[in-house]
Write a protein that binds this ligand. Sequence first.
Ligand SMILES: Nc1ncnc2c1ncn2[C@@H]1O[C@H](COP(=O)(O)OP(=O)(O)OP(=O)(O)O)[C@@H](O)[C@H]1O
Length: 307
Amino acid sequence: MSNTEDTEALSAEGLGKRYKRGWALQDCSFGLPRGRVSALIGPNGAGKSTLMSLATGLLAPTSGTIRVLGDVSGRGGTHPRLAFLAQDKPLYRGFTVEEMLRAGRALNKRWDHAYARSLVDAAGVPAGARISTLSGGQRTRVALAMALGRRPEIIVLDEPLADLDPLAREEVMQALMQEVAETGMTVLLSSHVLADLDGICDHLLLLAGGRVQLAGDVEDLIASHRVVIGPRSGGEQSFSSGTVVESRLTQRQTTAVVRGASTVPPQGWEAHEPTLEELAMAYLRSSRQPSAQDTRPMGHESAEVAA
Ligand SMILES: Nc1ncnc2c1ncn2[C@@H]1O[C@H](COP(=O)(O)OP(=O)(O)OP(=O)(O)O)[C@@H](O)[C@H]1O
């Protein structure tokens, strides 16, 4: 058992996974707090699904360890107190919703049938309808009920909102957040749509190139960064403190995201706290171009990227 078991629902130390083609994840260390909603973000191929498969015991690590609720994962399948909602939301298309729920009961030792059924009912999905006839949003709600019916302490969702229209996205997130509020469950959720995560997640894990680029509480991360905006010609200005995560020149101005809350911009520049989206985009862009992954003080060459 880890001594962080009380506080961390999921933790990794030196975690790596190598496929035949090479390393998908390397040297990842992080801890996700219990009872919180953590977002897992990163560009295509960053290693998000691989990390989730390691957490759910579908894959074993090549190096390092990953722990679920203090127990080392990767030996003996999925942790009984963890539920996983895979990207393709596997459901038997020929089954009715009720048959699907009954399969859930037959397959899981920990299963709360009344609860799973109530989630489906609350979503307005007819129990007699065949899975193949449901809309994408309805299928997601059934898949979510299948995962939550196991009464997990931690739920891992791989892009649960992909393929859903904005209304369905909102409904699914509301349903999920209601469960979090009522049960105190820990959530790890991956998404490419940063706007969906703003106001929802309180912890962030950003992967790029198979490595952790940014991890921490969203509030702390936002408070410790600044967006600084100034004249285009001022791109060579230096700041009193802080390190540049990423900077861009547009036609009229320079915009940089700087790590360091005490960053004092030069006269004529303004600074504000980043939104989650601004912060994440800065790290995503900087990870895309190694030359811009710059921790030098502002004043060195700014990286110009396409707007
Ligand atoms: N089964 C596999 N065999 C070989 N390589 C794999 C396998 N699964 C993933 N990879 C490779 O590992 C890397 C990470 O892939 P992964 O699917 O974990 O990324 P991801 O962040 O989930 O991407 P996406 O956002 O596109 O879903 C990629 O380079 C991918 O090609």
